[in-house]
Design a protein around this ligand. Structure first.
Ligand code: URP
Ligand code: ZN
Ligand code: ZN
Ligand code: ZN
Length: 467
C-alpha cells in the first residue's frame, strides 16, 4: 500500500510567510506531509521549476446576480467557477442579493439552487442586506450568522440598494452582537445622483462620464463616514474596492488609530485608468465599474496600500456583463446615458496573473505578500478553516505556477461568459498552469479536467476565528 494519493515533487512552496523547496503529500484531499524526497504515492506530479501556491481565494465576485430590468450577468456558477479555476483559484465568495421585501433565507435558497452541482471550485456566500427590516435585523440575521453566513455587504449607493446612515448603524450593531463582518461599498449616493443629473443636463451622457459622476471626493467622503459609523458601534468592517489615495489614507488613519478596518483593492485600480473610458462612443462601457478606474497617481497609491499593508485583500470584483449585447452593457437604455450602463467588469480569471506579473515579477511586492493578498488573508478574514495556505491538515487546494511563463491577456484565451476582457493586451509574466481542488486537478495542461459539481459549499466560522 502506498502512503499517499499524490505527491507534488520538486516544487518551490510559498506561503504568506515562507518560500522553500519541498514535496507536498496529499491524502484524502488534504495536505498530510511536507518534506524532502517523498515518493510513496499513487501519483507523482513533477513540479520542477514551478511554484506551489495555495489556490486563490476570491472573496469578491458577483455571479448570476439580478442587475436591473432586461440585464443578465454574463456568468452563471458554472462558467464563473470554470474561469476562476483557469485563473488559479480554488474558492470564490459570491454575493447572495436580498431583494426588497425578501426574507434572507428565501434569497439564499435561490442562490444555493443556482450554485449546487454547478461549481468547479468551492464557494460560500456573503449576504447583501438591501432591506434591513426589524425582522431581518432582529431574527433572520442572528440565526444566519450562527449558521455560518458570517459576512454581509451593504451599499451606500445604488438605487434600491443604498442604505441610509441609520440603517447602516442598525446592520453594524447586529454585526457586532453576532460577530459578523460587514463589507461596505463606500460612495456618496446623493452626490452621485446630483452629479449624474447635472452631467445629463449638459448632454454628457457617454460612458466616459460615468467616472465624472463619482469623482474621488465621492468615495473619500463615504469611506470616512463608513469608518466613523463603524467606530460608533465599535465593530470591524471591510472597505471594499478602494480606488485611490484619499480613500486609502482614510483607512490608514483609522488603522493607525487602532480601529479594525480592513481594506480591499482590485486589479482595475492597478492597471486601468479613466482614459480607458475615453471617447464619446460606447466602447467606454467596457470599463464602467464603481468606483471607476482613476489615474496613474491613484494606481501608485493602491500599490502603496498593498505594499504597506493598508490593504490586506486583493479581489477581482468580478461582475461580468457582455459588451456587444442588449442584455449587457449595450441595452437600449444604456445607449441613452451612462446612468443605465450596468456597473461591473469581468476579472476572476485575470486577477492572479495581473497581480503576479505587475506585483511579483516587477518587484513591487514579494511572493509571500502575493499569497497573503490572494489567498491566506481571505481565509483568515472571512473564517475559512483549513483553506488559504500550504500547511499540514489544510485542504489540498493548490495552484501550480510557472513564474517564467509569458502570455498576453486576450479574450480568446479566457473562459468566462463575457465577450470581452477590459485587460486585453496586457503582457503577463507568470501564469498558473494547473489548479487542484482538494487533491484533484480541476485544470491541468491548459485543459479542464475537473467535474462540474465538485466545488462544494463551505460553511464558515466567525470572521477572525481562523488563526
Ligand atoms: O461596478 C461594480 N463594482 N459592480 C459590482 C457591484 C459592486 O459594487 O461591487
Ligand atoms: Zn448550496
Ligand atoms: Zn461594491
Ligand atoms: Zn462588487
Amino acid at each position: 500500500m502506498v502512503a499517499f494519493d499524490t505527491v507534488i515533487r520538486n516544487g518551490t512552496v510559498a506561503t504568506a510567510s515562507d518560500t522553500f523547496k519541498a514535496d507536498v503529500a496529499i491524502k484524502g484531499g488534504r495536505i498530510v506531509a511536507i518534506g524532502e524526497a517523498i515518493t510513496d504515492a499513487d501519483e507523482i506530479v513533477d513540479a520542477s521549476g514551478l511554484l506551489v501556491l495555495p489556490g486563490g481565494i476570491d472573496s469578491h465576485v458577483h455571479i448570476s446576480q439580478p442587475s436591473g430590468p432586461g440585464i443578465v450577468m454574463a456568468d452563471d456558477f458554472e462558467s464563473a467557477t470554470r474561469a476562476a479555476a483557469f485563473g488559479g483559484n480554488t474558492f470564490v465568495m459570491p454575493y447572495c442579493l436580498q431583494e426588497k421585501g425578501q426574507p434572507l433565507r428565501a434569497a439564499l435558497k435561490d442562490y444555493h439552487a443556482l450554485a449546487d452541482k454547478a461549481c468547479y471550485v468551492d464557494h460560500s456566500f456573503h449576504l447583501i442586506i438591501a432591506d434591513p427590516t426589524d425582522a431581518v435585523l432582529g431574527q433572520e440575521l442572528p440565526a444566519l450568522v450562527a449558521d455560518g453566513y458570517s459576512s454581509l455587504k451593504i451599499f451606500m449607493t445604488y438605487e434600491g440598494l443604498a442604505l441610509n446612515d441609520y440603517e447602516i448603524l442598525g446592520v453594524l450593531q447586529v454585526a457586532r452582537e453576532q460577530g459578523a463582518l460587514v463589507q461596505i461599498h463606500a460612495e456618496n449616493y446623493d452626490a452621485i445622483r446630483f452629479l449624474t443629473d447635472r452631467l445629463e443636463r449638459e448632454g454628457k451622457i457617454a460612458p466616459y462620464y460615468h467616472g465624472k459622476s463619482r469623482p474621488i471626493p465621492v468615495e473619500r467622503e463615504a469611506t470616512h463616514r463608513a469608518i466613523s459609523l463603524a467606530e460608533l458601534i465599535d465593530v470591524p468592517i471591510v472597505i471594499v474596492h478602494v480606488s485611490n489615495r484619499e480613500a486609502m489614507e482614510e483607512i490608514r488613519r483609522a488603522q493607525v488609530r487602532g480601529l479594525k478596518i480592513h481594506g480591499e483593492t482590485c486589479p482595475q485600480y492597478l492597471v486601468l485608468t479613466e482614459e480607458d473610458m475615453q471617447g464619446l462612443n460606447m466602447e467606454g462601457a467596457k470599463y464602467v465599474c464603481s468606483p471607476p478606474p482613476r489615474d496613474k497617481a491613484s494606481q501608485e497609491a493602491c500599490w502603496e496600500g498593498l505594499q504597506q499593508g493598508v490593504f490586506s485583500l486583493f479581489s477581482s470584483d468580478h461582475c461580468p456583463f457582455r459588451y456587444d449585447d442588449e442584455a449587457g452593457k449595450l441595452t437600449p437604455k444604456g445607449r441613452t446615458s451612462f446612468r443605465w450602463v450596468p456597473n461591473g467588469i469581468p476579472g476572476v480569471e485575470t486577477r492572479l496573473p495581473i497581480l503576479f506579473s505587475e506585483g511579483v515579477s516587477k518587484g513591487r511586492i514579494t511572493l509571500n505578500q502575493f499569497v497573503a493578498f490572494t489567498a491566506t488573508n481571505h481565509a483568515k478574514t472571512y473564517g475559512l478553516k483549513g483553506k488559504g495556505s500550504i500547511a499540514i491538515g489544510y485542504d489540498a487546494d493548490i495552484a501550480l505556477w510557472d513564474p517564467a511563463k509569458t502570455a498576453k491577456i486576450s479574450q480568446t484565451g479566457l473562459h468566462h461568459g463575457s465577450d470581452y476582457t477590459p485587460y486585453e493586451g496586457i503582457e503577463i509574466t507568470g501564469w498558473p498552469v494547473a489548479t487542484m481542488l482538494r487533491g484533484r486537478f480541476v485544470v491541468r495542461n491548459g485543459r479542464l479536467v475537473g467535474t462540474k459539481g465538485d466545488g462544494r459549499y463551505v460553511t464558515r466560522s466567525k470572521p477572525g476565528a481562523v488563526a
